[in-house]
Design a protein around this ligand. Sequence first.
Ligand code: OXD
Ligand code: MN
Length: 599
Amino acid sequence: MKIIHQGALEWVEEVAKKCQPNEVVWIENSEEEKKRLEEEAFSTGELVKLDQEKWPGCVYHRTHPKDVARTEDTTFICTTLKEDAGPNNNWMSPLTAYRKADEILKGSMKGKTMYVIPFSMGPVGSPFSKIGIEITDSIYVVRNMCIMTIVGEEVLNELDANGIFTKCLHSKASLDPKRRLILHFPEDNTIISVNSGYGGNVLLGKKCLALRIASHHARNEGWMAEHMLVMGIEEPNGRIQYLAGAFPSACGKTNLAMLVPPKGLQNKGYRIWTVGDDIGWMRIDTDGGLWAINPESGFFGVLPGTNKKTNPNAMATMRKNTIFTNAALGENADIWWEDCGWEPPQPAWDWKGQPWSQGMKDEGGSIIVGAHPNSRFTSSISQNPSSSFRREHHHGVQVSAILFGGRRARLAPLVCEAFNWSHGVFMGAIMASERTAAQYGAIGEVRRDPMAMLPFCGYNMADYFEHWLRIGVRMRRKMRPRIFHVNWFRTDENGGYLWPGFGENLRVLEWILARCRGEVDAISTPIGYIPRPEDINLEGLDLPQNNMEKLFKINHDDWHEEANQIEQFFKQFGDRLPTEMWAQLEGLRRRLDVMEEKQ
Ligand code: OXD
Ligand code: MN
């Protein structure tokens, strides 16, 4: 590979001097290279070859048992001023951070190979795209990056002689969780990750570059880097409209992005086009509208609960050329995860590599799971049957609607539209979700997660709200996406879900798009516009009679309590919080009072 970028060469040399690997290998992403790296990883056990008849081109990997999820407590934003990182981030001074990293990196690759991966987030040559170079000592990371991003010589050519790139340095080092550091230096366009081998901490193009570092650049350059799915909905008349959606984890974002319309709507001609399931980069184009790309080329999706019923397109996507991480593994080289829809292989090992069979219990009597709850599949988006034909389009797709979602058992209606852009920003800023059994913390506890960006916003979140408000002003009024809040998870008195979810969510999206086209009226409530009962298509859906009423009920006391909690949440940002956010909260309280007086 011919490398012409002097800065890149110098940086790689400097890192090699520090980490002292046996050799340095530049990654080209060729078939021959893939084969060679896989063979090496099979021989060391880093990767396991799966049954190639059942899982063609697929491999398996286990991470260290103490290294199975993103670690927010070891993730830092390293800016000169602490206030620039904000109360939403852990902060470390750049000087301290570089010193700590250096201590760990010194000689960390002795006896190993250092891989250098030039990658592009977004189509090469697109005005949206950003180039990074990841250095790593893990073949697992190399193989994942080749699926999740665009890797190869074309990226170096695009970088040219002196283009800008993000320095992404990863070393597994000793995998010591106590010395794990995921460091972001937005002012230096640099990321350093040490002592982890888990996806979100080490595939540095994803959360680290495409969200934390990119959100910082986006603010300075006037665009948006968001934790959002992007999808197109094709109606029977052939019209396709696109929406972007932010949801906290465990709210079915990947399922929504790949939604398969229910039979009735499918027969009518509805179709979904997936652009992305996790990250959206959005820019105002010359038409004054908001255009989005997905900077990723792959999915890094959660396995447990994924099956032919919940997400048939994900199942089809992962049938070949996929990396499975932390699932259960059979001696017959088959894999399994909870709720996958087939019987576990026997004999088998669990995700920790211990002999395992279904129903096994630990000493405390708790069931031992086969796959870790955060076990994952890495597959190319191009293998997804619903993959959008516009995915590689340089200007992306025009966004008609922005969705914010959460898991709220009692509070939020099925769908609700913001009165305007500023109110929509407020809707995103107050986003929250109740914890499920799959997450740490008390079940039902509310976690505030504005725009689902709390762990990913690379700067002070108060400034981030301000940035959102400014973007709204810069768009052409008619082209501005409308903003909605959805809640698929409202329950009745007995805790049963009021809405069937999954493919049926398309019925709600239909209303959202009809609103965007200005075709239907809506009911004004203190929290936003909700649909008239007749405007949500329930044809063929066997919903109990008063479910719709319950799904849209707005409880005055609950919302007043919510307003008090929002106030507490906002206070942590002090003077930096845009006054518009306080005005919006005031407006909400006033409208709730008026509603009460009327009743
Ligand atoms: C993810 C996450 O892995 O949001 O996408 O945690
Ligand atoms: Mn995510």
